[in-house]
Ligand binder design. Structure first.
Ligand SMILES: NC(=O)c1ccc[n+]([C@@H]2O[C@H](COP(=O)([O-])OP(=O)(O)OC[C@H]3O[C@@H](n4cnc5c(N)ncnc54)[C@H](OP(=O)(O)O)[C@@H]3O)[C@@H](O)[C@H]2O)c1
Length: 230
């Protein structure tokens, strides 16, 4: 299987590269030119396509012939970075390719997620401050996901909880809706977020799903078990 990782040089991206190589997949990574040295550890084991992830020419070359595309949806700047990236991936990936995107719990697919007041206030505050500083545009990540949800591609949008570093605990559990007790702990190891993204490439039950994930060893996962809620 040939897999393109868009946003390969970030923390999540590098974990995803390792999981793909562990499975014997061929990897093409896209990252900004200045971030290429971050991938030195994978030199000669992956192909790198340097450039901004919303550069359509870069994405067209990178996804050519790929069976799967793992995309880190990062809402950087106020130039439609996330939505431009997602659109380019959907436009140029080969028909039938598995497209897996990352975002956070704040993205809702059907409006049925139940958020705590604290969570909503936090997201509002972060969105306002980072947009005022022209650093991050969370609304653009929302727009990117709106386009993905509306597409008829074989997509999965993996919604990450708060993240921590540490050794792998195994594949996270997931639910369709934030608010499900299984997710209550709101914590996943970043390496396992990456594991879930890579796992989704070959799990057809996740096609056109937006799983919200949580660490499989977190207290809420241990207490409430493995069933994805409807
Ligand atoms: N952090 C969290 O707590 C959290 C929680 C839930 C979900 N998520 C989701 O997880 C994914 C990645 O999160 P992460 O925290 O693990 O970050 P990450 O892996 O470090 O990824 C950040 C990505 O953004 C790129 N980037 C950084 N600054 C940039 C800029 N100015 N312009 C363009 N690209 C830039 C990085 O590339 P370079 O190597 O070139 O800098 C990297 O590919 C995102 O989809 C996010 O929504 C994160």
């Amino acid at each position: 299987m040939r897999v393109c990782i868009v946003g390969a040089s970030g923390k999540l991206g590098r974990y995803m590269i390792q999981h793909c190589l562990d499975r014997g997949y061929e990897v093409v990574g896209v990252c900004r030119e200045k971030s290429v040295p971050k991938l030195d550890a994978f030199k000669n084991r992956i192909r790198i396509e340097p450039g901004y992830t919303n550069d359509r020419g870069v994405i067209k070359r990178a996804v050519d012939g790929c069976d799967g595309v793992l995309t880190v949806l990062a809402p950087w700047g106020v130039n439609d970075y996330s939505s431009g990236t997602a659109q380019a991936v959907m436009d140029f990936a080969k028909p039938g390719a598995r497209l897996v995107f990352s975002c956070g719990w704040h993205i809702t697919r059907d409006g049925k997620d139940v958020y705590s007041r604290k969570f909503l206030l936090f997201v509002k505050l972060i969105a306002w401050v980072t947009r005022a500083l022209r650093l991050v545009d969370l609304d653009d990540q929302v727009e990117a996901c709106r386009r993905i949800f509306a597409s008829n591609t074989r997509w999965t949008v993996v919604r990450g909880s708060d993240l921590e570093e540490g050794e792998s605990q195994g594949l996270p559990l997931w639910s369709r809706h934030v608010g499900d007790p299984v997710l209550e702990s709101n914590l996943t190891r970043r390496i396992d977020f990456a594991l879930f993204m890579v796992h989704a490439l070959t799990d057809d039950t996740l096609v056109q799903e937006a799983p919200a994930i949580v660490g499989c060893q977190s207290p809420s996962a241990l207490e409430h078990g493995a069933r994805p809620a409807v």
